[in-house]
Design a protein around this ligand. Structure first.
Ligand code: NIG
Ligand code: FE
Length: 408
């Protein structure tokens, strides 16, 4: 039954079954010339071949590849329909993301196309994006609703994630982001009431997700509205996640900490007091540098200050058609290091184990050690440093999830 993966240049992994912070984010365990043994979907052994005592029934020649944990992409907006390449082109001519949104584009245009799509179409879209993610080394991903903005279409998005998850190569974790924007037909506080009294209870009844999220932002949901929605979510059994301090400082990072949110995401404009609050908390600071890059902002989240203060930092793509059109976690690691000055080691920890922690899965995935799920990416490189050093190409050769090859 057991599979031996031999001829690895390196196995590089963060250590442990829970999130890492501060200096510990740099302490990768590097096994040179090691083998991996995978048995019944789990990692059974990692180390020198002579140390293995497990009976092998099959082997796989890694031909000098480096093994890393499959990426955990803990913030995406996967179940959408329709693209926004023309808005992207308008941004290249000088219009800003917020100007385009104010003129009826932005999230509202994806709401329009996603409402018009069938559940089947959304299932197909999610699976197609999950395949692209897998080809780039991702084995688990969060996926948010938030382009429905009414009961029926939010449920449609969340059911599509659940159905896609039955056959998706990537393990999917859904989040209800009904409070992503005000719907075009109801741009007032009555939508906040609809989220609280109709949408979240309907999602809870169908047990479609463990998490709920709010876009707390200037011109979108205020901190107080976010507070009301998330407390209502907590009362229904959801754990909060937050789009926090993305385009302006609204004090959302501190709100995330106060509500024991699983994560506070984006944080490009987080204040010093927000950094201090995150550093003392278990709320993961989830950074999405693809968004700064794609919105052509010079402003990246203060990753160094967050890590140095002791916050748990993770990295994600934010994969969505408006502000970060990518499935590639190695691209995100490249931006994290070259733009945010994280070390390669910190960014690998952030892209795997710490993301897993924010999804409640650090005990099961996000690092390569015996007993954990065999979620592994093999990269065509002599060391993990090539993930950043050799930028702009996809080095992923093969990917395994739960001990099965999803890319080979
Ligand atoms: O995470 N912040 C809000 N939501 C997305 C953008 C979604 C869109 O533009 O469609 C984000 O950046
Ligand atoms: Fe987002």
């Amino acid at each position: 039954m057991a599979l031996l993966i031999r001829n690895l240049a390196q196995v590089a992994t963060p250590i442990g079954r829970t999130a890492l912070r501060g200096r510990a984010m740099r302490d990768l365990r590097i096994h040179e010339h090691a083998v991996l043994v995978v048995d019944r979907g789990r990692i059974a052994y990692v180390g020198p071949e002579r140390g293995n005592t497990i009976a092998i029934s099959n082997d796989y020649d890694a031909r000098g590849a480096t093994a890393i944990p499959g990426f955990v992409d803990s913030h995406t907006h996967l179940p959408w329909a329709g693209y926004r390449e023309s808005e992207f082109n308008r941004r290249l001519q000088g219009e800003t993301y917020e100007e385009i949104a104010a003129s009826g584009g932005g999230i509202a245009s994806t709401v329009h196309t996603t409402r018009a799509a069938s559940e089947e179409q959304l299932v197909a879209n999610v699976i197609e994006r999950a395949r692209t993610m897998a080809r780039h080394g991702t084995t688990s991903a969060e996926a948010k609703s938030g382009y429905g903005l009414n009961v029926a279409d939010e449920l449609k998005q969340l059911r599509a994630i659940a159905r896609a998850n039955e056959t998706s190569p990537v393990r999917l974790v859904p989040t209800c982001l009904a409070a992503h924007e005000f719907p075009p037909e109801k741009r007032d506080a009555s939508y906040v009431d609809e989220v609280i009294s109709e949408i979240l209870p309907a999602v809870a009844r169908e047990q479609l997700t463990k998490y709920c999220d709010v876009f707390v932002e200037r011109g979108v949901f205020s901190r107080d509205e976010g507070d009301r929605i998330l407390r209502a979510g907590i009362a229904l059994g959801f754990q909060p996640r937050l789009h926090a301090d993305e385009l302006s400082d609204t004090g959302a990072a501190a709100l995330a900490v106060e509500l024991h949110a699983a994560s506070a995401d984006h944080l490009m404009h987080v204040s010093d007091s927000g950094i201090a609050a995150l550093a003392k908390s278990d709320t993961v600071a989830n950074l999405l540098p693809g968004t700064s890059f794609f919105l052509m902002s010079q402003r990246y989240a203060p990753a160094r200050a967050l890590i140095d203060a002791g916050a748990i930092v993770s990295l994600s793509t934010d994969c969505n058609p408006g502000s970060s059109m990518t499935e590639s976690m190695s691209m995100v690691m490249q931006l994290a290091t070259l733009q945010m000055r994280m070390t390669v080691e910190e960014s690998l920890t952030a892209a795997t184990l710490n993301g897993a922690h924010s999804l409640g899965m650090a005990n099961e995935t996000g690092s390569i050690e015996p007993g954990k799920r065999a979620d592994i990416a093999l990269i065509d490189a002599p060391s993990y440093l090539h993930l950043v050093y050799h930028f702009g190409v996809n080095l992923v050769r093969a990917v395994m999830r739960d001990g099965e090859f999803i890319v080979s």
